[in-house]
Structures are given as structure tokens and as C-alpha cells.
Design a protein around this ligand. Structure first.
Ligand code: SME
Length: 137
């Protein structure tokens, strides 16, 4: 099997583990910068399929993290004007950037059906996950 397949398998496994072990993680996926384009491309994920497989930089929560290089915790998605809805069941979202050699190369995106579920501990845990993910990319 190719390295690409192995990498995708590992990323999918991480999504599965996160979704399975944290009750309020209901959609878990990766977006990565799409080559030289100013857009994100959906990678491995678990949860409802989404139409948003390509997201322009700046658009939605994910697109904003692509340009800010900062964590984005959204306690209430209904209060966001620059937000891309994937499912009407989603109440909250957290996006953590992934850095490789100091460059923002993608992100982990988690949607929750629970209002305001994410704490500083989620941010710190997911930053740790993203650092580990970076080492296999
Ligand atoms: N809600 C995201 C879009 C991706 S879906 O959550 C899978 C956003 O506003 O960027």
C-alpha cells in the first residue's frame, strides 16, 4: 500500500477514536490546504457527510482559522455570521490549526450537537493531538 493510504488510514482512525470517546464530539474531521490554492480540502472525517468538501480561505469558521492561525472555539454557531452550516443538529464547533515546520497546513474540525461544550481542556487536548498528527504528515 502507498504512504498516502497509510496516512489517510491513520487520520481516519484518529477521527473515529475522538468521536467514539468524547460524547459531545459528534462530527470530527480534517481539512488541509489544497496545494497552492487559497482553499481547504476535506480530508478523513467521521459523522454526517458534508457538501463542504472545499472551503475558500476566510469563509466559515474553518476558512477563518486557515488565515488567523488561531484556535477558534464557537460556543453557539447560531451567533456567528461567518459560519457554514453542515447540519441543523450542530450547536457548537471547535477548530484547531495543524502546524508543520511553523506553517499552518490544515486543521481539525469538531462539531457538537451540545450547546457550549468546549473547555480550555478540549483546546489543550486537541492542540496535543494536532502536534502528534503533524508528525505523521
Ligand atoms: N462549520 C464549518 C464548515 C465545516 S462543517 O462543520 C463540517 C465552518 O463554518 O467552517
Amino acid at each position: 500500500s502507498s504512504n498516502k493510504t497509510t496516512r489517510e488510514d491513520k487520520l481516519l482512525k484518529i477521527c473515529e477514536l475522538l468521536e467514539e470517546h468524547v460524547d459531545y464530539y459528534n462530527w470530527v474531521g480534517f481539512y488541509f490546504k489544497n496545494g497552492d490554492k487559497n482553499e481547504l480540502k476535506l480530508g478523513p472525517y467521521v459523522g454526517e457527510p458534508t457538501d463542504h468538501t472545499i472551503i475558500p480561505f476566510g469563509k466559515g469558521i474553518c476558512g477563518q482559522v486557515a488565515v488567523s492561525n488561531k484556535n477558534f472555539v464557537v460556543p453557539n454557531v447560531a451567533a456567528q455570521d461567518n459560519y457554514i452550516a453542515c447540519s441543523i443538529t450542530v450547536k457548537a464547533e471547535i477548530v484547531i490549526p495543524i502546524f508543520k515546520n511553523g506553517e499552518n497546513i490544515g486543521q481539525i474540525d469538531i462539531d457538537s450537537n451540545t450547546p457550549d461544550p468546549f473547555t480550555k481542556a478540549d483546546e489543550e487536548f486537541l492542540e496535543f493531538v494536532c502536534e502528534k498528527v503533524s508528525t505523521i504528515l
